[in-house]
Ligand binder design. Structure first.
Ligand SMILES: [Mg+2]
Length: 228
C-alpha cells in the first residue's frame, strides 16, 4: 500500500480509537434508550425500537429525534444526558499514541458525538495534543455522518484536501460519502458485543460488518498504520 501522498489523517472516535469491548458506546446506547423512554413516556422496548429506527434512517438517533418536531427534543440536553457515562474502563494506549504521532501530516477527529465526550475519551487514552481539531456534531449543525453535508462541513472547517486525506471508521456506512469526495477510506472491523441481542434483529445485523467499498478493510489500526 502507498499512503505517501496522505497529508490529513481523519479518525472517527468511538469504537475506532478504542475497541467496542470497552463498553463505552454501549453505555451511550443505553442512555439514549433511557432518554427516549423518559422524554416520550414510553417503555424501554418501544424506546429502543424508535432509537434504532431513527439511527438507521437519519444517521443518528438524535437526528431522527430532531427531525420529528413533535418530539420537542433539545439536542444539547440529549447530548449532555447520553454522554454522561463512566470511562474508567479506558486505559492509556501509548502504542497508538506513538503511532499516530509518527504519521506525517495533520490529524483530525470527525465524530457524531460531542467535543466534550471526545476530549474525555482522548484524555483517558492519553491521546491528547495529537489532533489538530475535533469536528463534532455541533460543528456539523447536528447533521451526522453518513449525510454528505456533514463531510462537506468538515472539509470546509478543516480546510483539508480530500484527495490527500484518509478516513478511519468502524461503521461501514460512514465511508462511501468520504470516498465520493475523494478521500481514501479504511474500515476497522470490530466485533460488536451482542449484549442487548440487537444483532438478532436482522435489520441491524449489517450495520457494522456490511461490505462496503472501502479502500482498506483492517482489524488492527496500529498494525495498519505501522505497515503503511
Ligand atoms: Mg464509531
Amino acid at each position: 500500500m502507498d499512503l505517501s501522498s496522505i497529508e490529513s489523517w481523519v479518525f472517527d472516535l468511538d469504537n475506532t480509537l478504542y475497541p467496542p469491548e470497552e463498553k463505552i458506546f454501549d453505555q451511550i446506547d443505553r442512555k439514549m434508550t433511557s432518554f427516549i423512554s423518559e422524554h416520550l413516556k414510553i417503555d424501554k422496548n418501544e424506546a429502543f425500537n424508535i432509537q434504532k429506527n431513527y439511527f438507521l434512517e437519519y444517521g443518528t438517533t438524535l437526528a431522527g429525534l430532531m427531525h420529528d418536531r413533535e418530539n420537542n427534543v433539545d439536542p444539547d440536553e440529549f447530548l449532555k444526558f447520553v454522554h454522561d457515562i463512566e470511562l474508567q474502563s479506558l486505559n492509556s494506549d501509548p502504542e497508538l499514541r506513538n503511532t499516530i504521532l509518527g504519521l506525517p501530516g495533520t490529524k483530525f477527529i470527525f465524530t457524531n458525538g460531542t467535543t466534550a465526550h471526545a476530549e474525555s475519551v482522548l484524555k483517558k487514552l492519553e491521546l491528547e495534543n495529537i489532533f489538530e481539531s475535533i469536528f463534532d456534531i455541533r460543528a456539523a449543525n447536528y447533521i451526522p455522518k453518513p449525510n454528505l453535508e456533514a463531510y462537506n462541513l468538515f472539509i470546509k472547517s478543516t480546510n483539508i484536501n480530500p484527495h490527500s486525506s484518509i478516513m478511519f471508521e468502524d461503521m461501514g456506512r460512514n465511508l462511501p460519502p468520504a470516498k465520493s469526495l475523494g478521500m481514501t477510506t479504511v474500515l476497522i472491523k470490530r466485533n460488536i458485543p451482542n449484549s442487548r441481542n440487537v444483532l438478532q434483529e436482522k435489520k441491524y445485523a449489517n450495520l457494522w460488518s456490511q461490505d462496503v467499498d472501502a479502500d482498506y478493510i483492517i482489524d488492527d489500526l496500529v498494525k495498519f498504520l505501522n505497515n503503511r
